[in-house]
Design a protein around this ligand. Structure first.
Ligand SMILES: Cc1ncc(COP(=O)(O)O)c(C=O)c1O
Length: 328
C-alpha cells in the first residue's frame, strides 16, 4: 500500500487551490506563466503549511500529544498556521523563535517588523512564543530541544515538529499537491518553480511531478548543504511509498542566488518585483519566500534557463507583507 492511502488526514484547507494563467506577465515576458494559488489554501490566512498540517495534526493526536513544540523565524508562517490548528484541537503550541536566524555569519540588513504580521496572529491563535536573540539555526534547534525536554519534565506529552513541518508527512502532502495540479491541468508544465526552505515542499513536488515537469526551488536560505537534507527526506518518503522514487542530491534543482543578504532580510530587488506583480496582476507575493522566488523566476526566464510553460507555485506568506518596514 502506498503512503497515499495510509496516513490519517483532517480537512483544514480549501482544496484544490485554483490554478490560472498570469496573462499580463505572460505577455510581458513572452513566456507562458501559470500560478498555483496555495496562498489561497484558506486555513488561517492560507499558505503551503496548511497542507502539511492536515497530516501532522492527526499524527500528534495519535501520539496523545497535549503540547506541540517547533521553531522558526519570529515571522514564521508555519508557526502561525500550526498555532491555529493546535487551538482547534486543544493542543498547546510552543515555538522557539529568533528574529533573523542565520547560517555562518550574521546577515547585515533589515528584517521584518517584530510585532505585526504573523507575530500578531500568533497572539490571536494563543501560540507560546519563546523569543531568543539572533543566532545560528543550530543554536535555535538546541534551544528547541531543551524546551521540549523541560515541557516533558513538567508532565506534558510533547510532539516535536521539525522546522517548517518538513517531515515525511509534510513532504507526502506535497506529493499529493503535485497530483492535484496535474489533475487540474492535464496538459502539464515544462517547469514548476517554487520557493524553498526547510524542504518538504520542494521534495514533495519533485517526487510528485517526477517524469512530468522539472521542479526548480528558489532558496530562501543561503545554505548550500540543504539539498543533502532534501535527499535524506526524499529517501524516507520513498521508503514509505514504494510507488515513489527517492531523489538524489544532484537531481534537486535548488537555486541559491536569489536570497539577497540573507534569510528573511529585505532587499530592494524583491520589493520592486512584489510591487510589479501586484500592479500587473493584482497579486500579492511575500518578501521572504514567494517574492524572492519570483525574482528568481524572472531572472531564469531572462537567461533562457526556463522556457516553455511554467507553473509558479505561490506558497503564501501574505501576513508578512504587513511587516515590511520602510515600504515606499
Ligand atoms: C510562505 C512560505 N513559502 C515557502 C516556504 C518554504 O517551504 P518549505 O519550508 O517546505 O521549504 C515557507 C516555509 O518555510 C513559507 O512560509
Amino acid at each position: 500500500m502506498g503512503l497515499e492511502d495510509s496516513p490519517p488526514r483532517i480537512n483544514l484547507c480549501c482544496l484544490p487551490t485554483p490554478i490560472h494563467r498570469l496573462d499580463r506577465l505572460t505577455d510581458k515576458l513572452r513566456t507562458e506563466i501559470w500560478i498555483k494559488r496555495d496562498d489561497l489554501t484558506g486555513f488561517a490566512l492560507g499558505g503551503n503549511k496548511g497542507r502539511k498540517l492536515e497530516y501532522l495534526i492527526p499524527d500528534a493526536l495519535k501520539c496523545g500529544a497535549n503540547a506541540i513544540v517547533t521553531c522558526g523565524a519570529l515571522q514564521s508562517n508555519f508557526v502561525r498556521q500550526l498555532g491555529a490548528a493546535c487551538s482547534m484541537f486543544g493542543i498547546e503550541c510552543h515555538a522557539c523563535v529568533m528574529s533573523l536566524p542565520f547560517e555562518g555569519d550574521p546577515p547585515s540588513g533589515e528584517g521584518l517588523s517584530q510585532d505585526s504580521g504573523n507575530v500578531l496572529l500568533d497572539k490571536v491563535f494563543n501560540v507560546k512564543l519563546y523569543k531568543y536573540p539572533d543566532g545560528t539555526w543550530d543554536e535555535l534547534y538546541s534551544l528547541t530541544d531543551n524546551l521540549a525536554h523541560d515541557l516533558e519534565k513538567a508532565g506534558k506529552t510533547v510532539y516535536k515538529v521539525p522546522i517548517g513541518g518538513s517531515s515525511t508527512l509534510g513532504a507526502h502532502s506535497f506529493v499529493l499537491a503535485a497530483r492535484e495540479a496535474m489533475a487540474q491541468i492535464p496538459t502539464g508544465f515544462d517547469y514548476v518553480v517554487s520557493p524553498s526552505s526547510s524542504g518538504s515542499t520542494q521534495v514533495g513536488l519533485h517526487m510528485g511531478f517526477a517524469g512530468q515537469s522539472k521542479v526548480v526551488g528558489i532558496a530562501a536560505d543561503p545554505e548550500p548543504d540543504l539539498v543533502q537534507d532534501f535527499a535524506d527526506l526524499s529517501r524516507k518518503v520513498a521508503e514509505q511509498d514504494q510507488e515513489l522514487k527517492a531523489v538524489e542530491v544532484h537531481e534537486f534543482d535548488l537555486r541559491l542566488g536569489y536570497v539577497g543578504k540573507g534569510y528573511s532580510v529585505l532587499d530592494d530587488k524583491t520589493l520592486s518585483v512584489i510591487q510589479m506583480v501586484a500592479r500587473e496582476e493584482g497579486l500579492l507575493l511575500d518578501p521572504v519566500y514567494s517574492g524572492k522566488a519570483m525574482v528568481g523566476l524572472l531572472d531564469l526566464i531572462s537567461k533562457k534557463e526556463l522556457e516553455g510553460r511554467i507553473l509558479f507555485w505561490h506558497t503564501g506568506g501574505i501576513p508578512t507583507v504587513f511587516s515590511i518596514q520602510g515600504w515606499q
